[in-house]
Design a protein around this ligand. Structure first.
Ligand code: NI
Length: 163
């Protein structure tokens, strides 16, 4: 059975706390170590979560205001390069993700059934409603939380080998 929109909102609300618990106690060096050359460190993934939430913030509001609007795609690697993700302060990245997510949860919590069905045309995914995007975000969170877990495991494993 698909999750209700209330369950989706709850998962979105919980994500910043889940992220905090996942990285709690991890040393800064491990959080900054890419698991392999060219891959994102945990800090870079968290910067991506924050900036991706920026894109979602805009998309929800555009669909609500201008139903049917075109939603251009963006190149996450270009954003990472322009945003210099490895240089981010960890607390800033966590704050940005949490605050933008909070604002979006507040927005989503007040929508009517008709507003959930407003939509835009995503460059790659085609017709996408506000509800579709809201449902997509917890999956996106989960994918990147797993990526952070893998990066930390690799970083810790790496330092164990060096001992
Ligand atoms: Ni992503």
């Amino acid at each position: 059975m698909p999750e209700t929109l209330q369950q989706v909102i709850a998962r979105q609300r919980e994500a910043p706390g889940v992220l905090d618990r996942l990285i709690a106690g991890a040393p800064e060096t491990a959080l900054r170590r890419p698991p392999a050359p060219g891959q994102w460190s945990a800090v870079a993934v968290i910067a991506h979560l924050a900036e991706d939430e920026l894109s979602s913030s805009w998309r929800y509001r555009q669909m609500l205001e201008h139903p049917g609007i075109a939603l251009p795609s963006f190149d996450q690697d270009e954003w990472a390069r322009r945003g210099n993700y490895p240089s981010w302060d960890l607390a800033d990245a966590l704050d940005m993700f949490r605050l933008l997510r909070q604002a979006n949860v507040r927005l989503l919590s007040g929508l009517t059934d008709e507003e959930w069905d407003r939509w835009g045309t995503h460059a790659e995914r085609g017709r996408m409603t506000v509800a579709d995007l809201a449902r997509h975000m917890p999956e996106h969170d989960a994918r990147h939380l797993a990526q952070i877990e893998r990066a930390l495991r690799a970083a810790v494993g790496g330092s164990a080998c060096a001992d």
